[in-house]
Design a protein around this ligand. Structure first.
Ligand SMILES: [Zn+2]
Length: 212
């Protein structure tokens, strides 16, 4: 067995873990267990996130759905923290499981309420992750596929400009090759009468024809 102490600065918690489990997927623990033996110190912000990691290690499940959490977005915030724990522990299997859980939550939310991850969460996500983070890609792809223009319009001032840039790029990249070009659009689309009513040029050209 290996003892892992988790120091959050004001609270230290101790966990006892099977050596085999601890080194199964984490490259960090593989290195540290080989070097230090039976006692490992970890520092971080929240010992309960390490408890979630251990539960995943033994069961394959990510259980961060807390019944008395303050709001729906808290689950997303926890998953964002768990992702960075997975990065620190150099555990690709765990970070992938976190991404899958994040995606499942988004899909559940879409199915049940037709809403997408609040702008508050997008701010947190962009504050606490770097450019290559797959959770960012996941959220951008979700917006590109499910958001209405009204939803995007209502949040545009509350989300990072970087998110809007990535959303725009994704929308452009997702545009089908078969989308008609500008020449397929009717001329009157950009006239003052905008398709309804009489085209000023039409009347003019009729007059010209009569004079000829
Ligand atoms: Zn016209």
């Amino acid at each position: 067995m290996v003892r892992v102490t988790y120091d959050s600065g004001f609270r230290v918690e101790e966990f006892t873990v099977h050596r085999k489990s601890l080194v199964a997927t984490s490259n960090y623990f593989k290195r540290v267990v080989a070097g230090h033996g039976a006692l490992i110190r970890l520092a971080g912000t929240n010992p309960s996130e390490f408890a979630v990691y251990l539960t995943w290690l033994y069961t394959g499940l990510i259980c961060c759905k807390d019944e008395d959490r303050e709001c729906d977005s808290q689950e997303y915030h926890e998953l964002i923290e768990l992702y960075s724990l997975g990065q620190r522990l150099e555990d690709d299997a765990f970070t992938e499981a976190v991404v899958d859980a994040f995606r499942a939550s988004i899909q559940d939310e879409l199915q049940q309420t037709d809403t997408i991850l609040e702008s508050l969460c997008i701010g947190t996500l962009y504050d606490s992750t770097n450019k290559s983070n797959p959770l960012r890609r996941l959220v951008v792809e979700t917006y590109a596929r499910h958001a209405t223009s009204e939803q995007v319009h209502n949040m545009v001032k509350r989300v990072p400009a970087e998110f809007m840039d990535e959303l725009n790029m994704t929308l452009l990249n997702n545009r089908p090759d078969t989308a008609p070009g500008i020449s397929a659009l009717p001329l009157c689309m950009f006239h003052k009468h905008a398709g309804s009513g009489k085209c000023a040029q039409e009347a003019q050209s009729r007059k010209r024809r009569r004079l000829q």
